[in-house]
Design a protein around this ligand. Structure first.
Ligand SMILES: *Cc1c(COP(=O)(O)O)cnc(C)c1O
Length: 388
C-alpha cells in the first residue's frame, strides 16, 4: 500500500469535497429532535433553503439519497397507470425511467444520444400529439451527471406553456442545485428533486423536494402507495419545527452551515464561479486535443466535464493511473459511456488552485496512460484562470 500525504482529491461529480466548517458543524452533539432547540434549527433551515431552489413554497427534506427524493416526487403526485414523459439524456435519466416503470407508471421515453439535453422542440411535438392530456408529468434531469450536459429548463417550460398542456414538470437538480442557476418558481417547476452531496457540499444522506401549489393539489388525488415519503405529514410537522420521524440531525447541522456559506458568497457569485471553472476545464480538454462529450455550446455543464477518449484508449485505465499515482478520484463512464469517458467534477467546495491541481493530475495521468495529449492544455486553463 502506498502511503498518502496531503488531502485526497475527490474530483468526482458527487459526493464532493465537504468543507471543514461543515464537518465541524456536524460534529456537534445530537440533540432532542422534539425539543425547542431543534425547532429553532428547522425554523432557520427551511427559510434559508428556499432561495437556493428559487422558491417561496415548501421544501421537504428526507433522510435519503437523491433517489429517494425522486421516488417522493413520483409517489406524491401520480397514480398507477399514469403516463409520464422522460428524456433519455443519459444514465440518470434512464434510472428515473426504470423507477417510474417499477412504480407502475407508463413511460414515454424520448430517445437521446447522451450528448444533448432534453430538446424543447421535441417536447412541444410530444405535447401537441397529446390532445387528450394523457401525459401527467414531464420528467427532466437538469444537469445530467453522466454526460456533463445541462438541459434548458426555462425553454422546456416555455414549450409546455405554449402547448397549454397541464402536465406537471418534475426536475432532477441533484447535481446542479447550488452550482448552476436554477429557479423553481420562475420556471414553473412543480417538483424539484435534489440531494445533499453535490453542489450543497454535504455528505450523502439528505434528499429534497421543492413543491409547487399545483403539485400540492395533485398530491390530494394521487394514488400511488406512499407512507414514509408522504409530503403531507412532513409539511405539517415542519410548521411546528419538527418531523414525523427522527430526522438526520447532524446532517441538518451541516446543511445549516453550508447554506450560510452559499449565502455569504451569494448565489450569483457561486454560479459564476462554477461557470468560470467549467470554461477553464473545457479550455484544457480542447488544448490537450481531446473532445468534450457535450455537443451543444448552450448546454455545457458548469458542474462537471465529461472527456471523451480517442478510440483504443480506456478511460478507466486513465482513472486508475491517476488514483494510484496522484491520489485523485475522477468520475467513471456510466452505462453506455463505460470506458469511453471520464468525468471531472468541478463543483461545490472548489477554487482556482483546486482546478489547477486537478487538471495537472489529469494531464500527467493521460500522459502516463499513453493517451497522446498536447501539454499546452493545462496551460490554456491556467491562462484563463489568470486573466479572468
Ligand atoms: C447523483 C445523481 C443521482 C443519484 O442520486 P443518489 O443520491 O445517488 O441517489 C440522480 N440524478 C442525478 C442527476 C445525479 O447527479
Amino acid at each position: 500500500m502506498t502511503s498518502r500525504t496531503g488531502r485526497h482529491f475527490l474530483q468526482i461529480p458527487g459526493p464532493t469535497n465537504v468543507p471543514d466548517q461543515v464537518l465541524r458543524a456536524m460534529a456537534a452533539p445530537t440533540i432532542d429532535h422534539r425539543g425547542p432547540e431543534f425547532a429553532e434549527l428547522t425554523h432557520r433551515l427551511l427559510p434559508a433553503l428556499k432561495p437556493v431552489f428559487g422558491t417561496t413554497g415548501p421544501v421537504v427534506i428526507y433522510p435519503s439519497s437523491g433517489t429517494g427524493a425522486w421516488e417522493a416526487a413520483l409517489v406524491n403526485t401520480l397514480s398507477p397507470g399514469n403516463r409520464v414523459l422522460c428524456f433519455e439524456t443519459g444514465h440518470f435519466a434512464a434510472l428515473w425511467r426504470d423507477m417510474a416503470l417499477r412504480l407502475g407508471l407508463e413511460v414515454d421515453f424520448v430517445p437521446g444520444d447522451w450528448r444533448h439535453g432534453a430538446r424543447p422542440e421535441t417536447l412541444a411535438d410530444r405535447l401537441a400529439a397529446d390532445p387528450a392530456h394523457r401525459i401527467k408529468a414531464v420528467c427532466v434531469v437538469h444537469n445530467e451527471t453522466s454526460t456533463g450536459v445541462t438541459s434548458r429548463v426555462a425553454e422546456l417550460r416555455a414549450a409546455m406553456d405554449a402547448a397549454d398542456h397541464p402536465a406537471l414538470l418534475l426536475v432532477d437538480t441533484i447535481s446542479s442545485l447550488g452550482s448552476i442557476d436554477y429557479r423553481h418558481d420562475e420556471w414553473g417547476v412543480d417538483v424539484t428533486v435534489a440531494g445533499s452531496q453535490k453542489g450543497l457540499m454535504l455528505p450523502p444522506g439528505l434528499g429534497f423536494n421543492a413543491v409547487s401549489d399545483k403539485a400540492l393539489d395533485a398530491a390530494r388525488t394521487a394514488r400511488l402507495p406512499k407512507a414514509y415519503l408522504d409530503w403531507g405529514p412532513i409539511i405539517e410537522a415542519n410548521e411546528r419545527g419538527h418531523f414525523p420521524y427522527t430526522p438526520a440531525t447532524n446532517l441538518l447541522y451541516g446543511l445549516d452551515e453550508a447554506l450560510r456559506m452559499l449565502a455569504d458568497e451569494g448565489l450569483p457569485a457561486v454560479f459564476a464561479r462554477h461557470a468560470r471553472h467549467a470554461a477553464a476545464t473545457r479550455a484544457a480538454v480542447r488544448g490537450w486535443g481531446l473532445e468534450v462529450l457535450c455537443a451543444d455550446e448552450r448546454e455545457h455543464s458548469a458542474a462537471l466535464t465529461a472527456v471523451l477518449l480517442p478510440e483504443g484508449h480506456d478511460a478507466d485505465a486513465v482513472r486508475k493511473v491517476i488514483l494510484e499515482r496522484f491520489d485523485m478520484s475522477l468520475g467513471t463512464g456510466l452505462g453506455r459511456l463505460a470506458g469511453r469517458v471520464f468525468r471531472i467534477g468541478h463543483l461545490g467546495h472548489f477554487n482556482d488552485l483546486t482546478l489547477a491541481g486537478t487538471l495537472a493530475g489529469v494531464q500527467m495521468g493521460l500522459e502516463l496512460a499513453g493517451v497522446p495529449v498536447d501539454p499546452a492544455g493545462t496551460l490554456a486553463a491556467l491562462e484563463r484562470l489568470r486573466s479572468a
